[in-house]
Design a binder for this molecule. Structure first.
Ligand code: NAD
Length: 274
């Protein structure tokens, strides 16, 4: 199997392009899923304070035969802690049993509270203090990103947003790329629902490449340069979702999947969510 690709940020650090998501997993499910993922070759895990399973990820890191410096751990600052990012990250680090995470994200801008620039200043300090190696955001739209850049001069390395074949966010993605902000897709499999796996083009490509619909969708993210974090707590699916480095989709196949975009959002709208 080909080596798993990494994405390099403007801060000089890099992360694996494919990782494991653990939203809606319990502490124990997250621990088992992370250990299984590491066993099959994943090196990146995406959690968040609000997922309430950082302890499980911490235990998996501790029990894993793979050294800490070969793993890439992301966690996120929840909406109620924008004004005290240091305390929030220290709590996360305690649960993760780590001295530092690799990537710390502001989970949502929550513009109604208007504290996200303050939160970003907090993350800048946390990076300087060595508690996180890189800093980024999640669910940020252009005006939110523009304010961070205008008011601090520090550009996030990454913006984690909802992207799947039914919500492709081309404009927002293009703006991020133009500003050297990598895009990471959340709910990359449309949460396994919404008929995404039953789309004719996805099925046809699965047949052509001898791959499952989930593998075709993950490959679609990878082939567009997106970082992708499919979630599963099922061992066979964790394994399946990693078997995607031995084929590539053709440009015309990516173009055909592009026609599935319906602007269908599964999560909250970032401008309204608080
Ligand atoms: P996802 O799109 O990754 O879908 C996960 C679901 O798809 C699973 O629960 C399962 O039902 C199904 N599935 C997984 N692998 C499959 C396979 N091989 N075959 C068939 N079905 C399969 O959904 P998600 O969990 O919402 O998103 C992934 C990760 O993104 C999360 O776990 C979390 O880490 C992150 N996330 C971040 C935000 C944010 O606001 N930043 C929001 C949602 C999710």
């Amino acid at each position: 199997m080909s080596a798993q690709p990494r994405i390099t940020f403007h801060d000089g650090k890099s992360m694996p392009q494919l990782g494991l998501g653990v939203w809606q997993a319990s502490v124990e499910e997250a621990r088992r899923a992370a250990l299984k993922a590491i066993e099959v070759g994943y090196r990146s895990i995406d959690t968040a304070a609000i997922y309430r399973n950082e302890e499980g990820i911490g235990q998996a890191i501790k029990d894993s035969p793979v050294p800490r410096d070969q793993l890439y751990i992301t966690t996120k600052l929840w909406n109620d802690a924008h004004l005290d990012a240091r305390k929030a990250l220290e709590t996360s680090l305690r649960k993760l049993q780590l001295d530092a995470v690799d990537l710390y994200l502001i989970h949502w801008p929550t513009p109604a509270k208007d504290n996200y620039v303050q939160a970003w200043k907090g993350l800048i300090e946390l990076q300087k203090a060595g508690l996180t190696r890189s800093i980024g955001v999640s669910n940020f739209h252009v005006p939110h990103l523009q304010r961070l850049i205008d008011e601090t001069g520090v550009v996030p390395v990454l913006n984690q947003i909802e992207v799947h074949p039914l919500l492709q966010q081309q404009e927002l993605r293009a703006w991020n790329v133009a500003h050297k902000i990598h895009v990471e897709s959340w709910s990359p499999l449309a949460q396994g629902g919404e008929g995404v796996f039953d789309q004719e083009i996805i099925r046809a490509l699965g047949k052509k490449y001898g791959k499952t619909p989930a593998q075709i969708v993950i490959r679609w993210h990878l082939d567009q340069g997106l970082i992708v974090i499919p979630k599963s707590v099922t061992p066979s699916r964790i394994e399946e979702n990693f078997q995607v480095f031995d084929f590539r989709l053709e440009p015309d196949e990516l173009a055909r999947i592009a026609t599935l975009d319906k602007g269908k959002r599964l999560g909250p709208h970032p401008d309204q969510f608080s």
